[in-house]
Write a protein that binds this ligand. Structure first.
Ligand code: ATP
Length: 460
């Protein structure tokens, strides 16, 4: 974590918005919380789901060289011997002699405790894997680990996947799932937690083509964030130096994001060579290679691994979307979330609670809900309701007023520009689908009439 920090958003604002609006809560909060574990609330779970779906769509659904997998969290303990996690997955730690807090030795300066300034011990190694026991007896022989990454499930299933899909190389396996690390220095909200979710790809290629595929995935993954709304200037590529390369990697480049605490890793792309398949073949005694029918060669594929975090992505999307605008005497807080990621796509807001209006609004709400996550809100002034939706990133509000009962039209109000248009209620669904797909607001439906755009001017 180095360099500049962003100007508009600080972590406290994001944490407070997430808490206040039901995106993210501390885990088991009524008991005082559990360090570095987080619960995703009603809006957070939607955001996270949308991120995972967008990723799955881009890396599995829309490709013919990728398939999915959902391996179990608990794996045979030999997995971790083969992967190097039992031996190498440790961080050198130092402990403060006065307050006994532990720190990663690469994160402290001048051999003094960042908390109290006390003297620190010599670094010692500490394994980051959570241990538990399988079966009724708690003994050394029944130790299993909560996986610290999803990757190993894909390596050990390589042969199963090739045999059952009959696909040829290059071939990728994608997986989304929980991972657990007993991290030493946690903090920065969901950036580094002890239980988190990863979205990982293991892309198996013929040796010699690995560099080309490494570059391909680097660009592909960078573009994914940009397409979903992250500003390009807030992303940077950071190649690992020789000293920091992991034991399995030939090359690694991080996609860093300019988080409120500075540039930090969002995703890592690694060229793992043949390390994993060779290791698992030797520990399991099973052959893990590939037969190329065209060249009649057997070889051990190389693996390109783009490894992303769901939680870190959620944090980056939230930080990047956060905005404050002055609006008369007030500050309008809004999340410019990409419509694909927005937890709620549309809010239906009747101008009053009068029976006739409510009946129409509820009917529209029931109809739109078939297709999207929609909220119905009739509490307080329309201006306040708009602000509530702005703050959670809802792209569109539909306002139903008394005129609607006569002309069967409703107003669509857009979050970012606050532009408003009136369109026939019968065309709401088509219009919203077009809008959520990125079409210009005033040409609705696609190729159809040009609806009048008005700037939100006070109350409707
Ligand atoms: P760091 O150096 O920040 O600890 P790492 O290099 O150990 O991260 P990887 O092992 O490459 O991380 O894991 C791949 C991705 O998984 C990371 O880019 C990140 O998005 C996510 N990730 C890893 N550890 C955590 C964690 N403790 N909390 C949340 N996300 C994590």
């Amino acid at each position: 974590m180095t360099g500049q920090t962003p100007t508009k958003v600080d972590m406290d604002k994001i944490v407070s918005l997430c808490r206040r609006r039901g995106f993210i809560f501390p885990s088991s909060e009524i008991y005082g919380g559990l360090s570095s574990c987080w619960d995703y609330g009603p809006l957070g779970v939607e955001l996270k789901q949308n991120i995972k779906q967008a990723w799955w769509r881009a890396v599995v659904q829309e490709r013919d060289d990728m398939v999915g997998l959902d391996a179990s969290i608990l794996m045979h303990p030999q997995t971790w011997a083969a992967s190097g996690h039992l031996e190498g997955f440790s961080d050198p730690l130092v402990e403060c002699k006065s307050c006994h807090l532990r720190w990663r030795s690469d994160e402290v300066k001048d051999n003094s405790c960042p908390s109290c300034g006390g003297e620190l011990t010599e670094p010692r190694l500490f394994n980051l894997m959570f241990k538990t026991f399988m079966g009724p007896i708690e003994e050394e022989a029944s130790v299993v680990y909560l996986r610290p990454e999803t990757a190993q499930g894909m390596f050990v299933n390589f042969q199963n996947v090739v045999n059952t899909t009959r696909k040829k190389l290059p071939l990728g396996i994608a997986q989304i799932g929980k991972a657990f690390r007993n991290e030493i220095t946690t903090g920065n909200f969901i950036f580094r937690s002890r239980e988190f979710e990863q979205m990982e790809i293991e892309f198996f290629v013929k040796p010699g083509t690995d560099k080309e595929w490494f570059n391909y995935w680097l660009e592909e993954r960078l573009n994914w964030y940009v397409k979903l709304g992250i500003k390009r200037e807030n992303l940077q590529l950071r190649p690992h130096t020789k000293d920091e390369l992991a034991h399995y990697a030939r090359e690694c480049i991080d996609i860093d994001y300019l988080f409120p605490m500075g540039w930090s890793e969002l995703e890592g792309i690694a060229n793992r060579g043949d390390f994993d398949l060779v290791q698992h073949a030797s520990h399991s005694g099973k052959e893990l290679n590939y037969f190329d029918e065209e060249t009649k060669e057997h070889f051990v594929p190389y693996i390109i691994e783009p490894s992303a975090g769901v939680d870190r992505s959620a944090l980056a999307f939230l930080c990047d979307a956060y905005d404050e605008e002055s609006d008369n005497d007030e500050i309008r807080v809004l999340l410019h979330l990409h419509p694909t990621l927005a937890p709620i796509k549309v809010a239906v807001l009747p101008l009053s609670r009068r029976e006739k209006l409510v009946a129409l609004a509820k009917q529209i709400y029931a109809d739109l809900r078939q297709r999207w996550m929609v909220q119905y809100d009739d509490a307080q002034s329309i201006g306040r309701r708009y602000r509530r939706q702005d703050e959670i990133g809802t792209p569109f509000c539909i306002t139903i007023d008394f005129q609607s009962l006569e002309d069967e039209q409703a107003t669509i109000r857009e979050r970012d520009t606050m532009n408003q248009i009136r369109i026939p209620i019968s065309e709401l669904k088509t219009a919203l689908a077009a809008k959520l797909g990125g079409e210009e607001l005033f040409v609705l439906p696609p190729g159809g009439k040009i609806w009048k755009v008005e700037r939100e001017g006070g109350e409707l």
